[in-house]
Design a protein around this ligand. Structure first.
Ligand code: GLU
Length: 420
């Protein structure tokens, strides 16, 4: 999908968000540098023998942004857009996310630069196993725990877990999360991010005086986060009037039949040409629908200063990481539009990753109901804390969430002291 006029610089966005939080907290420039800079970065070559016998060299990264509160945690992305700076930004956002929802991790992220749609299953397996063995020295259940992100899934995690385990000489369930349930995954992990987004979206709409039943919503992205978000919004009575994916966008003012749309996507691989809807001229136009709720659930940098003034939604709940630039935040805030930040809104994934890690380390499994209840409790509690903090200090939700998280990380850092 085309990103209208955006010059994406997720690391600049992440650093600006951090610097705004550091200003509010009154920290020194030295503390900003400590918080802005990853503790460890590893760049690896991933040589791949393709199915036709040729050899191709891919590049992968793993960035551990912060280790003050525990092992680092964060997804692994397969995308042609992966860069070291993008992975650094995503790792930083993981640090704040984990601190904000009080899971005992620092932030990390990994990425391999290639388009997984152009590779066979065998090739994907070889890429995953080689990348895992290259980053093996810095990952582990008490070091750094990968999980799925864009372009990766539970099969990727199964291969990672197996590669790590074979090289360790025994099964290590806790080295990754987002695994298949048959292999030590948690019930409720696959839907966790989407459920969390919807818990927060419903609370945010009510906070803005919008009754969710009958309210209108648009969801950008129909992958791991957006698809479930559309389903759970519809189940809550919200009228999902538009969705998009990388191929295009569909719109139905009276509301899309989400289960039928999911069946269409399963059959065709895209939302495009879904029967009871009309196509929007540009996929990106979905962002500008006049709706109560917009859930950007695709990639970073889609709402920036060139297009923020065209966003019509009353409430924007970030399912993706980093979809809104700081300049766009300012424009939306000035227009009275409420932005619920990624580190709060999409934290459901890492919350249930934490539950999965706890279960795997104890070899004791919870019921789906237990997982979902605990997820909802944590999401609602985090929303209320951020909402109250923002109101108390009269600041936007992102600044409230980031400064709360940064303070949590800094308190841990200071309590440990600087070594040596
Ligand atoms: N990739 C997801 C995120 O950005 C999940 C990370 C995890 O579960 O560790 O939050």
């Amino acid at each position: 999908m085309t990103v209208l006029g955006a010059t994406k610089d997720p690391l600049a966005d992440a650093r600006t968000q951090l610097s705004r939080a550091v200003d509010v907290l009154g920290y020194s420039p030295g503390m900003f540098d400590m918080l802005a800079t990853p503790r460890r970065e590893l760049t690896v070559s991933v040589p791949l023998r393709r199915d036709d016998g040729s050899v191709e060299l891919l590049v992968g990264h793993r960035v551990q942004h912060n280790l003050s509160r525990g092992p680092s945690k964060g997804g692994l992305r397969y995308s042609p857009d992966v860069t070291l700076d993008e992975v650094r930004a995503l790792a930083m956002w993981m640090t704040w996310k984990c601190a904000l929802v009080d899971v005992p991790y620092g932030g990390a992220k990994g990425g391999v630069r290639f388009d997984p749609r152009l590779y066979s299953r065998g090739e994907l397996q070889r890429i995953t196993r080689r990348y895992t063995s290259e980053i093996m020295p810095i990952i582990g259940p008490s070091q750094d725990i990968p999980a799925p992100d864009i372009g990766t899934d539970e099969q990727t995690m199964a291969w990672m877990m197996d590669t790590y385990s074979v090289n360790s000489g025994h099964t290590v369930l806790g080295v990754v999360t987002g695994k298949p349930v048959a292999l030590g995954g948690s019930l409720g992990r696959a839907s966790a991010t989407s459920r969390g987004v919807v818990h927060v979206a419903l609370a945010a709409m009510r906070h803005r005086g919008l009754q969710p039943v009958g309210a209108t919503a648009a969801v950008q992205g129909f992958g791991k986060v957006g698809r479930g978000a559309a389903r759970f919004l519809a189940e809550a009575g919200v009228r999902v009037v538009g969705v998009s994916d990388q191929y295009g966008a569909v719109h139905a003012p009276e509301g899309l039949d989400v289960p039928a749309l999911e069946a269409h996507v399963d059959a065709t691989g895209s939302v495009v040409d879904f029967g009871a809807s009309e196509a929007l001229p540009e996929g990106g136009d979905l962002l500008f629908l006049d709706v109560d709720l917009l859930v950007p659930a695709a990639v970073e940098g889609v709402i920036d200063e060139t297009n923020a003034h065209r966003v019509g939604a009353r409430v924007i709940v970030e399912g993706a990481n980093g979809p809104t630039s700081p300049a766009a935040d300012d424009i939306l805030g000035a227009n009275g539009q409420l932005v619920v930040p990624d580190i709060l809104a999409n934290a459901g994934g890492v919350i249930v990753s934490y539950f999965e890690w706890v279960q795997a380390n104890q070899a004791y499994w919870w019921s789906e109901k237990e997982v979902e209840q605990r997820l909802e409790e944590r999401m609602v509690r985090a929303w209320e804390r951020v909402r109250d903090h923002a109101a108390r200090h009269d600041i936007p939700l992102r600044l409230a969430a980031t400064s709360m998280a940064v303070e949590t990380v800094t308190t841990a850092h200071l309590a440990r002291g600087l070594y040596p």
